[in-house]
Design a protein around this ligand. Structure first.
Ligand code: FAD
Length: 273
């Protein structure tokens, strides 16, 4: 079985905190290489990520990796946050650009994820393992697929150690992306991001925002299952487990699950592997 990692979002309420604790406890049985915690944009949301990372480290004994985006603010604010993570014992960070929430006019001091990677490297040397994002189906704002590839390479050249992909349901797109990246001389591990399917309308909404494609056959099958949650669960766990199997058999170095803080959909896939 390939290495697995699990992504969580930082809880903001006690109910959500209990949800994350339940998910972390259940998923820990699968011995993740690390778990990561996403990062919202600006203000108070910063502290939620720190709080969740501390909890996953101290209470659950997991290797926790915070996401950090260019929305983390000024150079000074990012420096403080990185120092805080170092003091907590964090050794891994997922460095991103992030997206501007509507109504927010500008980024912080960093424009692209490559700038953030270069800054963290310059500030902290080799202390952190740095992951970055990549897009086998092309980032929605990229000028074109080749420009997106060149921009991805920029992040590796700036000092990133490995990459996690946006989720996808088409294994061939992943393999073609990895081939293209290798031809550019980039040899870091490219770990597929895996999105379990629990709720089709939510998945459709997410996918429209982030540019991930739901293959027509998959969308049609899910739509036909309507509100039958149990049938959707079984069908989609079979489909996503098949995808994972193809990826791992084809050489994917690990699997990163977008859990949305729910253990069951991810466990249903892992149990099939
Ligand atoms: P970048 O690598 O900076 O790229 C952004 C766009 O700019 C791309 O179109 C790229 O081609 C282009 N570009 C890059 N460099 C240049 C350049 N020098 N000149 C011109 N164009 C350039 N978002 C959050 O807010 N919080 C999270 O915790 C979070 N976690 C994520 C985890 C993963 C694994 C993934 C795949 C995404 C995550 N996201 C998160 C979403 C991510 O922030 C968005 O997809 C965002 O739009 C792009 O981030 P990036 O780091 O890939 O950006």
């Amino acid at each position: 079985m390939a290495a697995v990692s699990f992504e969580f979002f930082p809880p903001k309420t006690d109910e959500q905190r209990e949800g994350l604790a339940r998910a972390a406890t259940a998923l820990k049985a699968h011995a993740p290489e690390y778990v990561s915690v996403t990062f919202g944009a600006g203000g108070s949301t910063l502290s939620y990520t720190v709080e969740a990372v501390r909890d996953l480290l101290d209470r659950h004994g997991l290797v926790a990796a915070p996401h950090l985006s260019c929305m983390g603010g000024t150079r000074e604010e990012v420096r403080r946050l990185v120092d805080e993570y170092r003091d907590l014992g964090v050794r891994r960070i997922v460095a991103l650009r992030g997206d501007l929430p509507s109504g927010m006019a500008s980024f912080g001091d960093f424009r692209y994820a490559s700038d953030l990677v270069a800054f963290i490297r310059a500030e902290t040397g080799d202390h952190f393992h740095l992951d970055v994002a990549c897009y086998p189906e092309v980032h929605p704002q990229a000028e074109d697929a080749l420009a997106d590839l060149a921009n991805f390479k920029r992040k590796i050249d700036a000092g990133a150690n490995s990459a996690i992909t946006q989720y996808f349901y088409n294994a061939d797109g992943y393999f073609r992306f990895v081939d293209a990246v290798r031809r550019l001389g980039v040899d870091v591990p490219i770990v597929p991001g895996i999105m379990p399917i629990a709720n089709f309308s939510q998945l459709r909404r997410f996918s429209e925002m982030c540019g991930a494609e739901i293959p027509r056959w998959l969308g049609k099958r899910l739509a036909a299952l309507g509100d039958d949650a149990a049938a959707i669960r079984e069908f989609s766990a079979d489909v996503v487990a098949d995808l994972c199997r193809r990826l791992v058999d084809g050489g994917a170095p690990g699997l990163h699950f977008y859990t949305l803080n729910r253990a069951k959909p991810t466990l249903a896939i892992l149990e099939r592997l």
